[in-house]
Design a protein. Sequence first.
Length: 337
Amino acid sequence: MNKAVPVVAALFLLRTAQGGDRYGAIRQYIEREIAAGRATGLAVALTHNGKIIWQEGFGWADKDRGRRVMSDTPFSLASVTKPFTTTALMVLVAAKEVSLDARVNEFLGPAKIRAGVGNPDDVTVRAVASQSSGLPGTFQLFPEGGARKQPSMDDVIREYGVLVSPPNERYNYSNVGMGIVAHIVSRTSSLDFGKFLHNKVLEPLRLTHSFFDTDLSRRDEMAQRYDEAGNAFPFYVTSTPGTGELYASAHDVARFAMFHLKDHLADQQPIFSDEQIDELHRPAIRIMADRSYGMGWMIGRAFDGSTVVYHNGDQAGVVTVMMMLPSRDISCVVLTN
C-alpha cells in the first residue's frame, strides 16, 4: 500500500467540499492507484452540513472471495479507533462514573503505573487519553493461530506501565496509554470493551456496519488486510485492543464524524453534550508548532488555515484517515486495506 494514497484522497475530498465537482478526478486517481497495485480496496465518504454528500467503494474487500468494496464495507480502522475509545470514555465521564482529572491508578486493578521517572500519581485519566502520560509506546501483533497469544491489559501494564518521561510535560504517542483508557472503560462498566462500545456508542449513534473484532459473528463482513505485494495477512489482534481493533464502514465513520461536528442527526441519540465534544477536541498537549493532541484527536491546520480535527491509522494492511473541518461543518473519511 502506498501510504500517500488515502492522504491524497482525503485532501481531494476536503477541497471538493469547498466548491467545484471534482469527484471525477478523485475517482480517476483512486482507480489508477488500484490498477497500478498501489492499493487493493478503498472506501471514501464526504459530509457537509450534516449530510453525506458522496460515498463510494473501490477495488477489493476480499480478492479470493470476489467481494468488492462498498461504502458499507467494514474496514479495520487501526488508530482511527482511538477517537471512538475516548468517545466511550466520555460516556462514563458524562455519567459521572469517571473523572478526567482523577488518578489513573485509582481505576486500575492489581497492575498499576509505576515510576521510571516522574510521579505516577500525576498520571490522570486525561493524561492517558491525550498522549501526555509519559508512558512508552509499544505495538505488537498476534496473528491468529500463532504461538504467541494476546496478553491481558494487566500483563501489558506490568511490562510497559513504567513512565519514561514526567507526566503532562510532553507529547509521547503511547498505545499503552490509550489501551489503559479502554481498560478503564471496561473495568468501570464491568463489560468487555467491545460490548460497551457497541451498547453505548455504536448502537446509539446507529453505526450498524461497525463492530469490535471481539464480535466473531461478523468476521465475514470485514475487508481483508493485504500486504504491499497483494498477499492477504492472517487475521491478527494486538496487545492494546482499544487502540486499533474497531472495524467500521466509511458510511459509519462519516456518521461518527457528524456526531462530533454537532450535526445532531435525527436518528442518533445524544450520548453526551456538545460541551463534552468540545472537551475531547480541546488541545491538551503540543506535538509541534502547528499541531496538538486533544483526547483521542489530533488538532492542526487545514490547507486554508482553518482548524482541522483528525486522526489517521497505520498498521499492517491498513491505512486510514478521518478529518473534520468544524468551522465549515465538513468531514471526510478514507479507509484502505
